[in-house]
Design a protein around this ligand. Structure first.
Ligand SMILES: C[S@@+](CC[C@H](N)C(=O)[O-])C[C@H]1O[C@@H](n2cnc3c(N)ncnc32)[C@H](O)[C@@H]1O
Length: 220
């Protein structure tokens, strides 16, 4: 389905309405540790200079832009997000930094890319915005657009391992009325990856008792 402006519509929680607030809010809520989180994400990926990378639910493109600094042509880094205003901000940031990263509005559950067209698919703090049915579709789409042997990196909320993680995670679930968080908090992300066909699903790191970094591979 398309909205009035001809963008694909998702039933996931897109952040179009708060796009303008996203970067300042992330900076405040992470107590200035956002850059470390991004570096941690990239450190879980062994990227080659000419890889083609797709960042799904890229938001304002902070991770996409950092990834683009590692890549040279014919490699390419593309960010997609369901929220047109997030993409508009990402494009402004890219223009300001003279980055070759490319951004487009798109939805994870129905990607507009050809089969086997990426070496890496990455998504950061995205899956807790979509319900179980969309998670199934989104991971199936990530699998489809990866080349055989291609790699997935998902950084997102996972089963809490500390009291603070429990409080933040389950507090978020019930105080913010966000049922989409539940799969993550119950530790089901790896099941969605395996269900889509990914193998070698591995937890590379875990931060703040709440966020895990999963790496997985599409079989050759
Ligand atoms: C918490 S933000 C994460 C943004 C960015 N990846 C980051 O690490 O800062 C989640 C993003 O997912 C987007 N989103 C929600 N549902 C989506 C969908 N079905 N397809 C693509 N993006 C979606 C939202 O608009 C939002 O920008």
């Amino acid at each position: 389905m398309m909205n009035g402006d001809q963008y694909p519509v998702t039933r996931g929680r897109d952040l179009n309405h708060v796009a303008w607030l996203y970067d300042p809010l992330v900076e405040k809520l992470s107590f200035g540790r956002e850059r470390r989180f991004r570096e941690k994400t990239i450190s879980c990926m062994d990227i080659q200079d000419t890889d083609r990378i797709l960042d799904i639910g890229c938001g304002t493109g902070s991770l996409t832009l950092l990834l683009a600094r590692r890549i040279t042509a014919p490699g390419e880094v593309i960010g997609i997000d369901a929220a047109p205003r997030m993409i508009a901000i990402a494009r402004q940031k890219a223009a300001k930094k003279h980055s070759p990263a490319y951004f487009q509005v798109g939805i994870a559950e129905s990607l507009s890319f050809a089969d086997a067209s990426f070496d890496w698919v990455v998504n950061s703090m995205f899956t807790h915005h979509i319900d179980s049915g969309l998670k199934e579709k989104a991971f199936a789409e990530m699998y489809r657009v990866l080349r055989p042997g291609g790699l997935l990196l998902t950084a997102d909320i996972d089963r809490p391992t500390t009291a603070m993680g429990m409080l933040l995670g389950w507090g978020g679930r019930y105080l913010l009325l966000q049922p989409e968080l539940e799969d993550n908090l119950l530790g089901r992300l790896a099941d969605f990856m395996r269900g889509a066909g990914f193998v070698e699903v591995e937890k590379k790191a875990h931060l703040h008792g709440l966020v895990s970094f999963f790496k997985a591979r599409k079989p050759e």
